[in-house]
Design a protein around this ligand. Structure first.
Ligand SMILES: [Mn+2]
Length: 362
C-alpha cells in the first residue's frame, strides 16, 4: 500500500516483533545507552542549532521544532533552521509556536551543539552542510537523529533507526530519555511528522498507534494537523494538477514489467503554485494501479531535475535514488538529475529497472 513518505515496508516488523513499548521505534532501534548518551548531550547543551533537511517536510521540521521547544523550555538558546528555503513552508510555519525558526542566512557563526534531523547525509543539509565539518573540526558535538536507509553516520553522536517510521519517533524517545514531559506544541509537532511519514497511518505498527494516542492525549489535534498540512491547497493547484496529470504516461513494461508511471513539472508550471503543491503531485501519480513505480521530475534551476520516486513494493527506489546520488526509503526516495528532460528521465528509468527486488513484496 503506498503512502506519501513511507518508511520501510510492513514486512520489516511483524506485529509485536521485539515488543517495543510506545515511543520505542523498532527492531533496529539504537541501544538504550546510545539514546541515554544523546539525551545527556542534549540536557547539558546551552546553545543549540537544530537542522532539518533542505525543503523540509513535516517530519524534518516537526522533529526539529519539538526537540527545540524541549531544549528552549530548559533554558537553552535554541534555533531551528534549514539550508533552504529561507522561510518555512507555509503549511508548516504554524508548527513553530515558539518562534524558533531562523533563516539560514541569519544563523550565528557557530553553536555548541549541532543537531541534524531526518537527514541521511550532510548533503541533505544543503548550504548548511559545512557547519557539520566546522563543528567537528573544532571538536564540537554533532548529533544525528534520523530514520533513513543508508544514513552515513556523519555526526559525532547518532540516534539512527532505519526501521522507525518517522524521525519524530526517535525525537520522542530522546524527550522521554531526558525525562521531559510533552506539551500541546511538542505533541503537535511530533504528530505532524508521524501522520505524514506513515502516510496517514497506512503503515504503522500497533506501537505507532499507541504513540499517536499518547500525542493526542498530550494535546495534538489530528483534524487540525491533517487539514493544515495535508488537505490545504490554493485553487491554483487544480489547473496546475490538470496540466501535469495531462502529461502523465504509463510505461507498463518498465521496471522489469512492474510498470512505471511518470510525469514532469516544468518550472513555468511550478511557478503558479507553492512548493507544497509541487511536492503533492507524486501523491496523486503514485495511486496508479498499473504501475509499481511512480516518478515525478520537478524542474529546478540550472538544468536540474529534482526527482521523486515511489514504489508499491516491487522496487527498492532508495537503491535507484542512491545510484543517482540521492537516497530515501525503500518505497519513497528522491534524487537530483541534470540534463534535458528525456535524457534525465531515461537515467531514472535505468536506475529503477536495476532496483527491481527479486520477489515483489505484498
Ligand atoms: Mn522522515
Amino acid at each position: 500500500m503506498p503512502s506519501p513518505v513511507p518508511a520501510s515496508g510492513p514486512g520489516d516488523h511483524g506485529p509485536g516483533a521485539g515488543a517495543p513499548g510506545p515511543g520505542v521505534p523498532g527492531d533496529g532501534a539504537p541501544a538504550e545507552e546510545t539514546v541515554a548518551g544523546a539525551a545527556a548531550l542534549l540536557s547539558g547543551a546551552r546553545d543549540v542549532t537544530l537542522l532539518g533537511h533542505v525543503r523540509p517536510d513535516a517530519d524534518a521540521l516537526g522533529s526539529a521544532l519539538a526537540l527545540g521547544r524541549v531544549l528552549a523550555r530548559r533554558g537553552a538558546v535554541v534555533r531551528v533552521s534549514v539550508g533552504e528555503p529561507e522561510r518555512m513552508p507555509e503549511t508548516l510555519a504554524w508548527l513553530d509556536a515558539g518562534d524558533l525558526f531562523v533563516p539560514a542566512s541569519k544563523l550565528p557563526e557557530a553553536e555548541s551543539l549541532l543537531v541534524a534531523l531526518d537527514s541521511a547525509s550532510e548533503r541533505r543539509l544543503g548550504p548548511l552542510a559545512c557547519r557539520v565539518d566546522d563543528r567537528r573540526a573544532e571538536g564540537g558535538a554533532v548529533l544525528v537523529v534520523d530514520h533513513h536507509a543508508g544514513n552515513t553516520r556523519f555526526g559525532t553522536h547518532h540516534v539512527v533507526d532505519e526501521t522507525a517510521e518517522a524521525t519524530a519517533l526517535l525525537v520522542l524517545r530522546l524527550i522521554d530519555a531526558m525525562g521531559e514531559p510533552l506539551d500541546e506544541h511538542i505533541a503537535t509537532c511530533l504528530y505532524a511528522g508521524l501522520v505524514t511519514d506513515t502516510g496517514g497511518f497506512r503503515r504503522a505498527r500497533p506501537e505507532i498507534h499507541a504513540v499517536a494516542a499518547r500525542l493526542l492525549a498530550a494535546g495534538a489535534d489530528p483534524e487540525e494537523v491533517s487539514r493544515r498540512i495535508v488537505d490545504d491547497h490554493p485553487f491554483a493547484w487544480l489547473p496546475m494538477l490538470a496540466a501535469v496529470l495531462g502529461e502523465a504516461r504509463l510505461l507498463p513494461d518498465a521496471a522489469g514489467g512492474l510498470g512505471v508511471v511518470h510525469t514532469a513539472v516544468p518550472l513555468a508550471v511550478a511557478a503558479t503554485v507553492r512548493a507544497e503543491e509541487v511536492e503533492g503531485v507524486i501523491n496523486v501519480i503514485r495511486t496508479t494501479r498499473e504501475a509499481d513505480v511512480a516518478v515525478v521530475l520537478k524542474e529546478a534551476s540550472g538544468g536540474q531535475w529534482s526527482v521523486s520516486l515511489r514504489s508499491q513494493g516491487g522496487v527498492d527506489v532508495s537503491a535507484a535514488a542512491r545510484e543517482l546520488g540521492g537516497g530515501g526509503h525503500r518505497r519513497a526516495a528522491g534524487c537530483t538529475v541534470t540534463g534535458e528532460l528525456t535524457a534525465a528521465r531515461e537515467r531514472v528509468l535505468v536506475a529503477v529497472a536495476a532496483a527491481v527486488l527479486p520477489t515483489p513484496r505484498p
